[in-house]
Design a protein around this ligand. Structure first.
Ligand SMILES: [Zn+2]
Length: 270
């Protein structure tokens, strides 16, 4: 599933190609993408409008349009954009400069939603906490969110209202960097641990953005490139391999049903 670094990479590649362009033709091929709204209704709202900006909020891509509407895209498990024709196309945007942009989604969990400008911020604010690389995401804010939760710290980190854009990969990487066991009750973290975790979340996400995200299956960026973050993973998906810090064999467990990797020595539970 694309997380903040992957969605940010997509945003940064789409922005220069889409900004200022008119959507001369919009074809939505899968009713699941827009349901419960009819796909022809959504396509009709978009067609003829122009892209004012391409933004990101948490894991959402936001295409702001000149008319005051916004197209909100959530890629979920397997959504992606590409400038080359591909398989499993669920929607196609044709721009006034002849560019063809396809939305691909093998498992079809992705969503497209058109909102008015006035509806956009309340909608996003209800689903997303502060941007982890922004000024509102402070150690104090994280401490207050963790202090009231008995759930495993990793489960709380996956809550988008706590940290927008964090998912399974970068949560594991951040917990390893902070030397905190993913199963620790969130409320049990002391002040130093929360400070380390706050910093580690930012470091892990910045590392992901610098490497254009991670490529685990056949995912491609819109320009057809592959991210390289998977070559830099410290723990994620590395069970049986040595911890890069202490050499202990990395272990795998499950937290809220999600595969979770950690170093038993660097990240002790007791
Ligand atoms: Zn270790």
């Amino acid at each position: 599933m694309p997380e903040l670094p992957e969605v940010e990479t997509i945003r940064s590649q789409l922005a220069p190609r889409l900004t200022g362009r008119t959507l001369v033709r919009v074809e939505i091929l899968d009713p699941r993408l827009t349901r419960p709204i009819d796909l022809f209704e959504v396509a009709g709202e978009l067609e003829g409008d122009s892209v004012a900006s391409v933004e990101r909020r948490g894991k959402y891509l936001v295409l702001r349009l000149e008319s005051g509407l916004a197209l909100l895209v959530h890629l979920r498990m397997t959504g992606s954009f590409g400038f080359e024709p591909t398989t499993h196309e669920r929607a196609v945007l044709e721009l006034d400069d002849g560019t063809r942009l396809a939305y691909r989604d093998v498992r079809r969990f992705g969503t497209w939603l058109v909102l008015e400008n006035a509806e956009l911020e309340p909608y996003l604010a209800a689903k997303n906490g502060p941007e982890p690389l922004g000024a509102r995401f402070t150690g104090e804010w994280l401490a207050a969110r963790l202090a009231v939760r008995r759930a495993p710290v990793k489960a709380v980190l996956l809550d988008q209202r706590v940290v927008a854009g964090l998912g399974n990969i970068y949560a594991d990487e951040a917990l390893w960097r902070a030397r905190i066991n993913p199963l620790r009750p969130a409320e049990s973290l002391d002040r130093d641990e929360v400070c380390r975790l706050h910093r580690a979340i930012r470091v892990a996400l910045r590392a992901g953005i610098e490497r254009q995200g991670s490529t685990l299956t056949d995912y491609r960026t819109p320009e057809g490139t592959r991210g390289a973050m998977q070559e830099e993973f410290r723990v994620y998906g590395r069970d049986g391999l040595p911890c890069p810090r202490c050499g202990t064999t990395i272990a795998k467990t499950r937290v809220v049903g999600r595969g979770t990797w950690y170093c038993p020595r660097c990240q002790p539970l007791g």
